[in-house]
Write a protein of this length. Structure first.
Length: 255
């Protein structure tokens, strides 16, 4: 995480996060109509944006995990940290978290800080074995940008639809349908510098029309797609499909 946080918006991208901070300024996270104040925190699967704010300088290490990553620490309780930000002291021993934060504060090298956090987390793995079917479901949905019907997904994995939903929810913290919804929108906005209009992007991403895409973006990301990711004008598009990182240094969406 950057030393000077100020304000930052984190958009849903299917990943889960563990963030260890050092310093005396907590982060206030606003998620829809709720606010959370934490230092080090955990964010499970999110379907809506998080707005983060800190009143002073802050540094630390943020670990971005795959969608199934938190299950290694929480087992099938990952749903308890979905759609919220939870203080790390509620998941790990408070004294151990405070000791880690103090240690990170003293370390100056980013590599040393990252190694310190890695050692802390590896020592606290409770369920190192991933549910391979849930992982396979995530990867199958990702390959189609969320367009694969859930019934077809269950059939391909040789599971009943209810069994798929139950196992997916236990491992990821959400349903396959909600997961696919975030995937589709995330991948759609990554096309913003590859097409000349949001209408083209909407059809390319499988939405009924531009209005459908706008409604989804306003619901999940809290703003219209053009407000978040302005399309380059004058035909100056980037055919690589990579996101334009210059759009906003305070807007975070990963892939």
């Amino acid at each position: 995480m950057k030393p000077e946080l100020g304000t930052c918006t984190v958009l849903p991208d299917t990943a889960t996060y563990i963030c260890f901070l050092c310093g005396d300024h907590p982060i206030q996270a606003t998620h829809r109509h709720r606010s959370y104040t934490t230092l080090s925190g955990v964010s499970g699967f999110q379907t809506h944006r998080f707005d983060l704010e800190s009143r002073g300088a802050m540094s630390g290490v943020t670990v971005r995990l795959p969608p199934w990553g938190l299950s290694a620490f929480l087992g099938d309780a990952v749903g308890a940290v979905a759609e919220i930000r939870v203080d790390c002291r509620d998941l790990f021993a408070p004294a151990a978290v405070r000791e880690l934060e103090d240690h990170l504060f003293r370390l100056k090298s980013p590599k040393a800080r990252a190694q310190c956090v890695e050692n802390f987390l590896l020592a606290r793995l409770r369920h190192p074995r991933v549910d391979e079917l849930a992982r396979a479901a995530c990867l199958a949905l990702a390959r189609t940008s969320g367009a694969l019907p859930i019934r077809k997904l269950a059939h391909d994995l040789d599971l009943g639809e209810r069994t798929l939903v139950r196992r997916f929810q236990n491992a990821i913290g959400t349903t396959p349908k909600k997961y696919a919804r975030v995937l589709r929108l995330r991948d759609a906005v990554y096309l913003h510098n590859k097409f000349s209009s949001w209408t083209e992007i909407a059809y390319a991403a499988g939405y009924c029309d531009q209005s459908h895409l706008i409604r989804e973006c306003q619901d999940l990301f809290g703003a219209s797609p053009e407000a978040l990711f302005p399309i380059p004008r004058g035909g100056d598009t980037d055919k690589s499909g990579e996101p334009d990182r210059s759009v906003s240094s305070r807007l975070v969406i990963a892939r």
